[in-house]
Design a protein around this ligand. Structure first.
Ligand SMILES: Nc1ncnc2c1ncn2[C@@H]1O[C@H](COP(=O)(O)OP(=O)(O)O)[C@@H](O)[C@H]1O
Ligand SMILES: [Mg+2]
Length: 373
């Protein structure tokens, strides 16, 4: 992020169809993938958000920009029909600002890709959900996102990260790390490997249902972290952001991905496993908000699949952390030796906690779903 000086950033911002002249460009937000800057112009009314897209993660920039364009256009059309309040639309859906040449992004001399959105004033995102009200708004936002996209042809959306949430693929990567054993660490993790092995079959539940043709492929967000929802000052959800990972997928993936962090009382890498406990009220609030929107389109099989997503995501995250540990810590940034092992253990503890409370959590989902029948 520090590789760019203010003049360079101002020049980059001027490549886009903005109103007025650039007055300042400053680092913004707490995203971990893209580099994000706030752009202020002398016109004052609209501020902008300039982003350098992480092309190490996203190889096919044209495909992600095409997805974002299609999805935001569709959402805007649907909002216009539903809410009939045109002033609100640009606060509810991201607006891409094209380059002066009419492109959706700008490529600089160093092969960086830049894009620009309208900055939504008076909003903020939270890394951690603190209240049931926030959890409910998160569920509502992602439920609404899926609902409004339910009538967009999924065949038009590119799979920008193939097999991103495919557990068979993630386990295959773990198995190759075990076989290659480059850091000689396999001998340190027999218990973790046994825990993972014992649950391999069950964790294919969503893929199995899909193979039987029982789960529709929908347009999903695929990065349903709470900081990808912008809230207003009263904690009301305004807009779903970070659309890079929008792809064809199963609704249980978005649900499970969101719940993984919301339901955990501890940090993702908590060292004291006794602290990894479930926050059931936040789970219930998220489910509540989600169904308020999603009940319009969810099938019975999809409702049944949601808890499979809840179990799958901490399990899959553990598989990914453990793979990186065995490979010698190349993918995730580690802050101390064994950090990836600590993360693995915290996620596996979360799986155990979820298994222990599974009937109660299923009953909550069933009760919330029944409220809409
Ligand atoms: N249109 C916007 N208006 C206001 N804030 C935004 C907007 N888009 C992103 N942000 C802020 O910038 C942060 C990073 O943006 P995001 O697109 O989520 O990038 P990353 O992929 O790095 O997470 C977000 O968490 C949010 O706080
Ligand atoms: Mg983000």
């Amino acid at each position: 992020m520090n590789d760019f000086n203010p003049e360079q950033l101002a020049t980059l911002a001027s490549e886009f169809e903005i109103e007025g002249r650039v007055v300042s460009v400053s680092a913004f937000g707490s995203g971990h993938i893209n580099d994000t800057f706030r752009v202020v112009t002398d016109e004052g009314a609209t501020h902008y958000l300039l982003q350098r897209v992480n092309h190490h993660v996203f190889k096919d920039i044209a495909a992600i920009m095409d997805n974002i364009q299609r999805v935001t256009n569709h959402l805007k059309t649907r909002y216009a029909i539903e809410f009939k309040d045109n002033d609100q639309i640009d606060r509810r859906v991201l607006t891409l600002i094209p380059t002066i040449g009419g492109e959706s992004c700008h490529r600089d001399e160093l092969n960086n890709f830049w894009r620009m959105f309208i900055l939504l004033e008076g909003t903020r995102s939270y890394d951690i959900v603190e209240t049931p009200q926030q959890a409910r708004e998160g569920g509502r936002a992602f439920g609404q996102f899926q609902r409004l996209l339910a009538d967009l042809d999924v065949g038009l959306i590119h799979e920008v990260l193939p097999d991103f949430h495919h557990i068979g693929n993630r386990l295959a990567q773990l198995n190759s790390a075990i076989r290659a054993n480059p850091a000689d660490r396999v001998k340190r993790v027999p218990e973790e490997l046994a825990f993972i092995k014992a649950r391999e079959r069950r964790m294919h539940a969503i893929l199995d249902l899909a193979a039987q043709g029982r789960l529709p492929i929908r347009i999903t967000h695929n990065d349903t972290k709470f900081n990808n929802v912008l809230l207003d000052a009263d904690d009301r959800a305004q807009c779903v952001i970070d659309l890079d990972t929008v792809m064809p997928g199963y609704v249980a993936y978005d649900f499970g991905d969101a719940i993984r962090t919301i339901i955990n009382c501890a940090a993702e890498d908590e060292a004291d496993l006794d602290k990894v406990r479930l926050n059931v009220p936040l789970f219930e609030a998220y489910a509540d908000g989600y169904f308020e929107e999603a009940h319009y389109f969810l099938t019975a099989d999809e409702v049944a699949s949601l808890m499979e997503g809840v179990l799958l995501f901490p399990y899959m995250q553990a598989v990914r952390f453990l793979t990186d540990f065995l490979e010698g810590d190349h993918y995730y940034k580690v802050h101390h030796a064994d950090h990836n092992l600590q993360r693995t253990r915290a996620q596996l503890k979360l799986v155990s906690e979820l298994e222990a409370r599974e009937p109660a959590l299923r009953a909550i989902v069933a009760r919330v779903a029944a409220g809409y029948q």
